[in-house]
Design a protein around this ligand. Sequence first.
Ligand code: ZN
Length: 409
Amino acid sequence: MLIMRIGIAIGDFNVYSVLGLLRFYEITNFYFKKKGENCFFFLSFPKFGNCLVWSQVVRETWGLSGKRVQDYTLYTGALGTAYLVFKAYQVTKNDNDLKLCSDIVKACDSASKDSGRVTFICGRAGVYALGAVIAKHSGDTSLQQRYLEKFKEIRFPSDLPHELLYGRAGFLWACSFLNKHIGKDTISTARIRAVVDEIIESGKRLAGKGRCPLMYEWHGKKYWGAAHGLAGIIHVLMDTELKPDEAEYVKGTLRYIIKNRFPSGNYPSSEGSESDRLVHWCHGAPGITLTLVKAAEVFGDKEFLQAALDAGEVVWKRGLLKRVGICHGISGNAYVFLSLYRLTGNVEYLYRAKAFTSFLSDRAEKLISQGKMHGGDRPYSLFEGIGGMAHLFLDMVKASEARFPAYEI
Ligand SMILES: [Zn+2]
């Protein structure tokens, strides 16, 4: 068994070393043909090998596992690797990368067949939605159709929450993703409308006569952040067509959380929490900044723009965390500056994104090996590990088009 394992490792190492050199050529070639805003980033990139971190993630999460999938999710599992490789394909346009994504998604499809989870990040909606989009890029219409049929067969369990990772908002995000990448009405307005209605009605019910128009609970707690709370749910709602009164509920909810932020400018992780500690995408200012950026884009209100800029300052001052990932690490916080850059066009935010990215590029590997930085509970995963960092490195090739993975459409 051990000999087999070593054999696989050596075989993969050789294959991936050669592939790595080719990928490096493709990415640098792509870049040098498109000189522009990212010149500074690449000139300051001390280790060219960091362009290839994504190949290392593939080797660790797919090659060395013998292409067997245990955790199929995008958050910590194989679908996250597929999403990362799809990003690499968007940079390289190499058909082999597309084929690799497709193979990983097929393995996720098999591994998830008995799963009751329904979201993009932690459930089957992610497998089918990403599978359909990859099939579209591959020109395989029958495979695209099969994934879409499976997507449309998803039924909600009766106790489904509303938050992003496990609830309705996470399913709704997958609908918006399909309609963006495959075409308007791939998922019908009626289907989307039914989910939006459920989310809004439930939010109004729990809010009751409280000061916040919408409120939700997950495991008995009224979270505010992107992963389990208000920021994530509202972010996804703003990707859909809201009725005027629903838009007012959303705006009112945003005004409530802005008014009740900490004196430091950071945001509580849940209703009534007095612990001003977390500056993560999942809990705290980073996830809420992305929601405020979206609100500024959708509604055009200056108050949301100002609140987004204020929250971004907290991320700059306190967001250089001791973890690498996108959920609660430096990579996720770098995406906040990319989002603010896209919204404002102010290059200060691009420089801040580059500063965080260059820190990761320079230091992450060494700090993790010294035990000074946490490598993530799932060290190669998209949301908790260096998979997210690899995604950020790829996004920096064209920073103005960067999007927080599986969150910013
Ligand atoms: Zn987190």
